[in-house]
Design a protein around this ligand. Structure first.
Ligand SMILES: [Zn+2]
Length: 236
C-alpha cells in the first residue's frame, strides 16, 4: 500500500511537471500567433491604403489629362487672336479664353486637392509599412527564441512522458484510472495529505475510523468529501 502510494506521488509529481511544461508551451505558441495576427492586421490596413491610393492616382491622372487638353485648347484659341478681323469676334474670343482659363484654374485646384489627399495617404502608408517592418523584425528575433524554447521544452516533455509511462505502468489499472480522473477534475491534485484527522485537500474532518485505518497503512483511502486519494506523511 505504501509502495502504491509512493508510485502515485511520483506520478503526480511528473504529471504536474508535464502540465506546467504544456502550459508554458501553450503560452509560447500563443505569443507566436500574436505576431502573425498583428502582422496580418497591419497588412490588411496597408492593402486598404494601397487600394485607396491607386484610386486617387487614377483620379489625379484623369485630371492631369483633362488639364492638358484644356490648356492646349486655350493655346489654340489664343493663336486665332492675331487673325481676327472684327471687334465683335475679338471680344467673343477673349471671353472664350477667359472662361477656359477659369475652368483650368478650377482643374488646377482640384489637382492640388487630389495631390494633398495622396500625400496624406502615402505618409500613412509609410508609417504602416514601418510598423509592419518593426513587427516582422520583432517576430523574427523573438520568433527564433520561441522556436528554440519550444524545441527545448518539447524534448523535456518527451523525457517526462517516457518517465510517466514507466511509473504509470507499475500502478494497477483501476487505481490509475481513478487517479487520472481525479487529476483532471481536481486541477492536478489527485492526492491529499491527511493530518490531524483532516484532509488537507479540502480541509474537511475525516471520519476517525478512516483516519485510523490510514495511519495503520492497511489500504488506500479516499476522502469522502473531495474524493482525493489520501496519504499520511511518514517523513518528519
Ligand atoms: Zn478531502
Amino acid at each position: 500500500m505504501q509502495e502504491k502510494m509512493n508510485l502515485l506521488r511520483d506520478l503526480q509529481e511528473i504529471d504536474q511537471e508535464i502540465s506546467t511544461i504544456e502550459a508554458t508551451r501553450n503560452s509560447y505558441e500563443a505569443e507566436l500567433s500574436t505576431f502573425a495576427a498583428q502582422a496580418a492586421e497591419v497588412q490588411s490596413m496597408l492593402d486598404q491604403l494601397n487600394v485607396e491610393i491607386d484610386q486617387l492616382r487614377r483620379d489625379e491622372a484623369q485630371i492631369e489629362q483633362e488639364l492638358h487638353k484644356q490648356r492646349d485648347n486655350v493655346t489654340r484659341v489664343e493663336a486665332r487672336l492675331p487673325g481676327i478681323q472684327t471687334q465683335k469676334e475679338y471680344v467673343a474670343v477673349l471671353k472664350e479664353i477667359d472662361v477656359a482659363k477659369k475652368g483650368n484654374k478650377e482643374l488646377e485646384e482640384k489637382l492640388q486637392e487630389k495631390r494633398k489627399e495622396i500625400a496624406i495617404l502615402v505618409e500613412d502608408q509609410q508609417e504602416k509599412q514601418a510598423g509592419l517592418d518593426a513587427i516582422s523584425g520583432n517576430a523574427k528575433a523573438r520568433g527564433s527564441e520561441l522556436d528554440q524554447l519550444l524545441r527545448d521544452s518539447g524534448s523535456q516533455l518527451d523525457e517526462h512522458t517516457r518517465n510517466r509511462e514507466k511509473v504509470a505502468g507499475e500502478v494497477p489499472k483501476s487505481l490509475l484510472r481513478k487517479y487520472q480522473g481525479l487529476f483532471k477534475r481536481r486541477n492536478g491534485m489527485a492526492l491529499a495529505v491527511a493530518r490531524n484527522g483532516a484532509c488537507l485537500g479540502c480541509n474537511m474532518q475525516l471520519p476517525p475510523q478512516l483516519f485510523n485505518r490510514l495511519l495503520q497503512g492497511a489500504d488506500l483511502q479516499s476522502c469522502p468529501h473531495c474524493n482525493r486519494i489520501l496519504y499520511v506523511e511518514t517523513e518528519v
